[in-house]
Design a protein around this ligand. Structure first.
Ligand SMILES: Nc1ncnc2c1ncn2[C@@H]1O[C@H](COP(=O)(O)OP(=O)(O)O)[C@@H](O)[C@H]1O
Ligand SMILES: [Mg+2]
Length: 235
């Protein structure tokens, strides 16, 4: 890009880039993704819809480096991520994941679940505890801090999962069907929470979902079907 004076302005690289990504399981017998390309700018929001079994969770896993693509490349901040250890460091510091099934540790309290994500990132027990409490308060479940997952409602678990994903102030939040299995009131509150955090924190947000109420809140929407990304229909 050039200014009126003709001086080149360096462009910010995309936060996340998928380049011709393909993925298969079972030695290539189950082909889930074919030739998926995508760029996500820093702070951008994106919703991906698609049929069950269409590869949405697989795609999020590749965006987070939980799995490596069978072919093609996934870049973060314009850089190739060399190996699994580098992806682990990125997930610890820059990528938050909200798992569909919550993935909370059942023997730990809510505040301990959030603290767990801070080990190696935030020094000191007291500081981790203070920050974990702040995160729980930010998502509206400060009063759940001392309860274990089995003592929380689905909506509360979802919020604790979001607090944990925010533990280290990620640049990218990935949310897998964040309103699934929630009653309509909790689902609506979760949508508002995610969008508020996205706006206030300026972090990029990718959600995969079937939920029309959630999909309709994003200006950028794509559909994953037959292993390929294309334009989404009206929500
Ligand atoms: N680890 C795996 N091994 C074999 N097949 C898998 C694995 N993970 C997912 N699949 C298959 O890949 C397809 C896409 O799954 P998934 O990404 O979970 O879809 P979605 O999230 O859209 O429902 C499904 O057919 C599923 O059975
Ligand atoms: Mg899924």
């Amino acid at each position: 890009m050039n200014t009126p004076s003709g001086r080149a302005v360096p462009r910010c690289p995309p936060l996340l880039t998928l380049e011709c990504v393909g993925h298969s399981f079972d030695g290539g017998h189950i082909v889930v993704l074919r030739d998926v390309s995508l760029e996500l700018a820093p702070g951008e929001g994106l919703a991906i819809e698609g049929p069950s079994g269409g590869g949405k969770t697989t795609l999020l896993g590749l965006m987070a480096g939980l799995d490596r693509p069978s072919c093609g490349r996934v870049r973060f901040d314009g850089q190739d991520v060399p190996d699994a250890a580098a992806w682990t460091r990125l997930r610890a510091a820059r990528i938050g994941i909200v798992f569909q099934d919550y993935a909370l540790v059942p023997t730990l309290t809510a505040v301990e679940n959030v603290e767990l994500a801070m080990f190696g990132q935030v020094p000191g027990t007291a500081q981790r505890r203070r920050r974990a409490r702040e995160r729980l308060a930010e998502v509206g479940v400060a009063d759940c801090a001392a309860r274990r997952p089995a003592e929380l409602s689905g909506g509360e678990r979802r919020r604790v999962g979001i607090a944990r994903a925010l533990a280290n102030a990620p640049a990218l939040l990935l949310a897998d069907e964040p309103t699934a299995n929630l009653d309509s009131v909790s689902a609506a509150a979760t949508i508002e929470l995610l969008l508020r955090l996205h706006a206030e924190r300026g972090m990029a947000l990718v959600v995969v979902s079937h939920d029309r109420g959630l999909l309709g809140r994003f200006t950028r929407r794509l559909r994953l079907a037959d292993g390929q990304l294309g334009p989404a229909g009206e929500p």
